[in-house]
Design a protein around this ligand. Structure first.
Ligand SMILES: Nc1ccn([C@H]2C[C@H](O)[C@@H](COP(=O)(O)OP(=O)(O)OP(=O)(O)O)O2)c(=O)n1
Length: 182
């Protein structure tokens, strides 16, 4: 089942940021993220084949694991292998960039690709899921090792983005904020 996109509940549509000084959003509640988080193959695929997901039928993630769950699972994985000695910030950054390259390889020479990847095989989709996961795993561990509380940092950054790009000002335009003349 597809979740609602949660934009209104997250305060992502308007111009004013809804994030408090500690980075948490008053309007941000767990139920605004996803419903049961399960996107069935049939529902996501048929909607995407009709020219991409509309505002009310966007693809949504499962609610778990959380970013903190992923941090903890990767910490267990590295501890069990005595790999922490290799997982300093710079090594993690290089590993993440390498994995980004592997994602890029899957898209290279294919031209533009439609949302939902309708022309990709199941095996290609699974390969992409693996490579994106590698990027995420290294990103989360990099943030951990740099003591960046990633979920809260994302909230603060999104608040800044909303200030820089007020919807009323930039609607329908992809220009960089520096290109706008007040
Ligand atoms: N020193 C390491 C090696 C691997 N991993 C974990 C994190 C990544 O999710 C995944 C990366 O494994 P590989 O380096 O084997 O890369 P791939 O899985 O992409 O394999 P390949 O390069 O063959 O596609 O394993 C890790 O945490 N630390």
């Amino acid at each position: 089942m597809m979740a609602t996109n949660g934009k209104e509940a997250c305060g992502l549509n308007g111009d004013a940021p809804s994030v408090s000084s500690n980075g948490s959003s008053d309007a941000f509640t767990k139920k605004s993220v996803v419903g049961n988080g399960v996107a069935t193959e049939a529902s996501s695929h048929s909607k995407l084949q009709n020219g991409g997901a509309g505002r009310d039928e966007r693809f949504a993630f499962s609610s778990e694991p959380t970013i903190e769950d992923i941090r903890r699972m990767q910490a267990e994985f590295t501890d069990e292998r005595n790999w922490n000695q290799f997982h300093q910030p710079r090594n993690l950054l290089l590993a993440m960039v390498g994995e980004v390259g592997e994602v890029a390889e899957l898209f290279q020479w294919r031209g533009e690709v439609a949302e939902g990847l309708p022309d990709w095989t199941e095996s290609e989709r699974e390969h992409l899921a693996h490579e994106l996961s590698d990027v995420m795993i290294y990103l989360v561990e990099l943030a951990e090792k740099c003591h960046v509380d990633l979920p809260q940092a994302v909230l603060r950054k999104m608040a800044l983005n909303r200030q820089k790009y007020p919807a009323s000002k930039v609607h329908g335009s992809a220009k960089k904020y520096t290109e706008y003349k007040d």
